[in-house]
Design a protein around this ligand. Structure first.
Ligand code: JCF
Length: 678
C-alpha cells in the first residue's frame, strides 16, 4: 500500500524528530547517522517536489532564514528571574535558615540541585506546540528576538513531542557551547587568521548575536532547560502541570527539551553542600563550563509561599564556585627554555586568586599569541585557570591600558646560553639552537630522563637536578651514573643518608625496559606511547638504529615528522656517543621478542576507528588492531585501507564512502578479530 506525499512527509518528520529527541535530549542515538541522513534527504527531496507542504516546524527548516537587519525587542510573557548568590557553606546555611523562618511549619526541605551553566539565559515561546520565538533575557522583562538563531540549535524542538502540551508554554534555559566545540572553533579560527573567543560563554553570546543564522548553524550550540514562564490552556488560564519543580522539568524533557543529567533532588542543606563538593570535583570532566550550583526548593506550593525579592526568587540560590577567570596586572615577561629548546613566554602577574589557587605566572604560549593578544607590560589582563590546566592570559582589558604600557620584546638569542633563537617556517614555536651547550635544555633533558615514566630515578627531583648542574657535578644524563656519595655530600642541604639513597636509586634505575629507555632519551615527537610502539616494533636498540624513515613510518602512531626526528636522532654523532656511554654505565633492558609476520596479519594496513562501539571502547579497538600489526590513523585519507565505523560515526565515515574505502561495522569488525584470535 503506497502513501500520499503528505502522509510520507508526516511520517518522515515524525521519525526524524524522534531520532533528534533520542540523540540530542536523551543522549542515546537510536539509528546510525547514515540512516538519519537518508530520512533527512528523502524529506528534503519530497519537500522540494511539493513546496506547498513545507511548514516552519519541519526538521528541514532549521536554517534557511535570511539574515536580519537588526534584532527586534520582545516582551517576555512572565519576567525572567535572576538568582541570589552564596559563596560558601555559611551563606548556604543562612539561605536555609531564611527559608525556614518564613515558612509556617518547621519541615525538611527538598531541593532541586543542578550545575549552573555558564552560557546565555534564554526564553522560548511555544504556541500549540510550535516554537514561536526565542529571546535573550535582556533586562528580565524585555529581551532580544533571536528566533532565527535558536531555530538552528538541534537540542531545541521546533515542535513539542507528544500531544499533551499546553496551548502556551514558555520554557527557560541556558544556551551554551560545549568545551570541545569551543576549542575546535578556536583552532579553526586561528588557522584562518580569525579572532578566537576568550571562553565558551563569549562564543555562545557572540554566536547568538549574529544576524545571519547560517553562522549559528555552523557552530555547535546546545540548550539545557532549567525552568519555565507562562503555561496556559487554550482559554489562557494558567496551568500547574505538577506540584514539584523537578516533575515539571521532567515533563519538559518529555516535550523534547534537554535537562541536565546531573540534576538531583536532595533533602536539607547538608546534602546540598555534599552535592556542591561532588560537582566541584567533577567540574573539570564536564563537557561544558559551569560557574556554580543552583539550588531550588522543589515544592511549587512552598515556592509560592516564599515569593520574590525584586527579581530574585527567595526559594532559589546560586552557590558560586571560585571564578576560573580573574583580572590582574602583567608585571613582566620571562622567557623559559624547554627540553627541546622551545621558548615559552611566561607572564609574571600580580598574584591573584583564580580557579581556587593563587596564580602569579601564566603562559603566553608563543610569539604569535603575544601579537594576537596585543598584550603589553603593565596591561590589565584576564587570566584563566580551569581545572588543573596551566593558567593562561586570555585577554587584555584595553580600556585600562596605562600610558607606561611597554611592548614585549621577544628575544633574538637564548636568555640562558645566548645561542641564536630560530623559528622554523610555518611553526608557531621559536627554539634555542644551543642544544647540549644550553644549560636550560641540559637541565630539562636530565629532569625528563630521571622522571617517573622514563628512567624513574627515585628522589631525583627538579630542584636537585638544577643544583647538580649549577654546581658543575653533571653536564649530561650519562654523568648521573658517575655521581658518588662523597661528592654529593658537598651539596647544600644534602645529608649522607640522602646521598646514599640517591646513588642507590640511580643504581636501581639501570634495570629498565626498552620502551622506558627510549622515552627517557627525549627524542622529539617520541612520547610514552610512541616509545612503547617503537620498542614493540623493533625489539632491540640496534634494529631501531638501523631503521630507515620508511620503516619507521610503518610503526603505529609514527607520522612523517616523528619518523624524521627518530631517524635524525639515531644518525647524529653525539647520540651514538650518548647511547654508548649510557650502556657503558650499565643500563640494560630485556630485548623484546618481535612478532613474526604470521602473528601480524594486518601488517602494512592502515585502519581508522570512528563512532562508538558497543562491545569495547575505541582505544581497545585500536589496541587490538595494532596487536595484529595494523597502523591506526586518526583521519581517513587515500592511504586508509579500512574504516571501522560504529553508531554516531560522522565525517570520517562520509569521507570513507567518498573515497570508496572499505567500511566495517561492529559485527564485521568482531568477526575479523575472531578470525585472527590466537
Ligand atoms: O544554569 C544556569 N545558568 C541557571 C540560571 C540555572 C537556573 O536554574 C536558573 C538560572 C537563572 C535563574 N534559575 C533561575 C531562576
Amino acid at each position: 500500500m503506497s502513501s500520499t506525499p503528505e502522509q510520507r512527509i508526516a511520517l518522515l518528520r515524525q521519525s526524524i524528530n524522534q531520532h533528534n529527541y533520542h540523540y540530542y535530549v536523551l543522549d542515546d542515538a537510536r539509528v546510525p547517522d547514515a540512516e538519519y541522513d537518508r530520512l533527512m534527504r528523502e524529506l528534503q527531496a519530497l519537500e522540494s517536489e511539493h513546496p506547498l507542504l513545507i511548514s516552519a516546524d519541519s526538521p528541514t527548516q532549521r536554517v534557511g532564514a535570511e539574515p536580519l537587519a537588526a534584532f527586534k525587542q520582545v516582551q517576555h510573557e512572565l519576567p525572567m528571574l535572576s538568582l541570589d548568590n552564596a559563596f560558601n557553606a555559611d551563606d548556604m546555611r543562612e539561605f536555609e535558615k531564611r527559608l525556614l523562618s518564613r515558612l509556617d511549619e518547621p519541615q525538611a526541605l527538598s531541593y532541586v540541585c543542578e550545575p549552573k551553566l555558564d552560557g546565555i539565559a534564554i526564553s522560548l515561546l511555544y504556541k500549540d506546540g510550535v516554537l514561536q520565538r526565542g529571546a535573550t533575557r535582556g533586562d528580565g522583562n524585555v529581551g532580544e528576538d533571536i528566533t532565527h538563531n535558536v531555530r538552528t540549535i538541534a537540542s531545541i524542538p521546533l515542535k513539542l513531542v507528544g500531544d499533551d502540551y499546553p496551548a502556551i508554554l514558555e520554557v527557560r534555559g541556558e544556551i551554551y557551547m560545549p568545551k570541545r566545540s569551543f576549542e575546535a572553533y578556536n583552532e579553526r579560527a586561528l588557522a584562518a587568521d580569525e579572532k578566537p573567543f576568550a571562553n565558551p560563554r563569549n562564543a555562545a553570546a557572540g554566536t547568538l548575536r549574529q544576524l545571519d543564522p547560517k553562522i549559528a548553524a555552523q557552530r555547535h550550540l546546545e540548550m539545557c532547560c532549567y525552568g519555565y514562564g507562562l503555561i496556559t490552556d487554550s482559554d489562557g488560564q494558567p496551568l500547574q502541570i505538577a506540584d514539584k519543580h523537578s516533575e515539571i522539568l521532567k515533563q519538559c524533557q518529555r516535550w523534547g527539551f534537554r535537562i541536565n543529567p546531573e540534576m538531583r533532588v536532595v533533602s536539607g542543606v547538608a546534602a546540598c553542600l555534599e552535592y556542591h563538593d561532588y560537582l566541584l570535583a567533577k567540574r573539570p570532566e564536564l563537557s561544558y563550563d559551569i560557574d556554580g550550583i543552583v539550588f531550588k526548593v522543589d515544592d511549587v506550593e512552598l515556592q509560592k509561599q516564599l515569593g520574590f525579592v525584586s527579581r530574585a526568587p527567595r526559594w532559589a540560590i546560586a552557590h558560586k564556585f571560585p571564578a576560573e577567570e580573574e583580572i590582574t596586572r602583567l608585571l613582566g615577561v620571562d622567557f623559559q627554555v624547554g627540553r627541546t629548546g622551545a621558548i615559552t613566554p611566561v607572564a609574571r602577574l600580580e598574584p591573584v586568586f583564580v580557579g581556587g589557587v593563587t596564580v602569579s605566572n601564566a603562559t603566553l604560549h608563543n610569539r604569535d599569541e603575544i601579537a594576537r593578544l596585543d598584550v603589553r607590560i603593565n596591561d590589565t589582563v584576564i587570566v584563566r585557570r580551569a581545572g588543573d590546566v596551566i593558567p593562561k592570559v586570555v585577554k587584555v582589558v584595553l580600556e585600562r591600558r596605562p600610558d607606561d604600557a611597554s611592548l614585549i620584546v621577544f628575544p633574538e638569542s637564548c636568555p640562558v646560553c645566548e645561542s641564536p633563537i630560530e623559528r622554523v617556517e610555518g611553526e608557531a614555536i621559536s627554539r634555542c639552537t644551543g642544544a647540549a651547550i644550553c644549560g636550560a635544555q641540559v637541565k630539562e633533558s636530565i629532569k625528563h630522563f630521571a622522571s617517573r615514566k622514563a628512567m624513574d630515578v627515585d628522589g631525583l627531583g627538579d630542584k636537585l637536578v638544577e643544583q647538580l648542574v649549577d654546581e658543575g657535578l653533571i653536564k649530561s644524563v650519562a654523568d648521573l651514573y658517575t655521581l658518588e656519595v662523597e661528592k654529593l655530600c658537598t651539596l647544600e642541604r644534602m645529608a649522607e643518608k640522602s646521598a646514599n639513597n640517591l646513588v642507590a636509586a640511580l643504581e636501581a634505575s639501570k634495570q629498565t625496559t626498552f620502551a622506558k629507555f627510549l622515552f627517557s632519551l627525549g627524542i622529539r615527537e617520541v612520547g610514552e606511547a610512541t616509545a612503547s610502539n617503537l620498542a614493540q616494533h623493533y625489539g632491540n636498540l640496534s634494529a631501531l638504529q638501523q631503521a630507515d624513515v620508511e620503516s619507521l613510518l610503518s610503526v603505529a602512531d609514527v607520522g612523517p615528522v616523528g619518523a624524521q626526528h627518530v631517524y635524525d636522532f639515531f644518525h647524529a654523532p653525539h647520540s651514538q656517543e650518548l647511547l654508548e656511554s649510557l650502556q657503558a654505565c650499565g643500563i640494560t633492558w630485556p630485548d623484546i621478542k618481535v612478532k613474526s609476520e604470521a602473528e601480524l596479519p594486518l601488517k602494512g594496513l592502515t585502519y581508522v576507528v570512528t563512532g562508538s562501539l558497543e562491545t569495547m571502547d575505541r582505544s581497545d579497538a585500536k589496541q587490538r588492531l595494532q596487536d595484529l600489526g595494523a597502523k591506526v590513523a586518526g583521519s581517513v585519507s587515500k592511504k586508509t585501507h579500512c574504516v571501522v565505523a560504529g553508531p554516531g560515526a560522522g565525517s570520517k565515515l562520509a569521507k570513507a564512502q567518498e573515497l570508496g574505502v572499505e567500511i566495517l561495522d561492529e559485527k564485521m569488525f568482531l568477526s575479523l578479530l575472531a578470525q585472527y584470535q590466537q
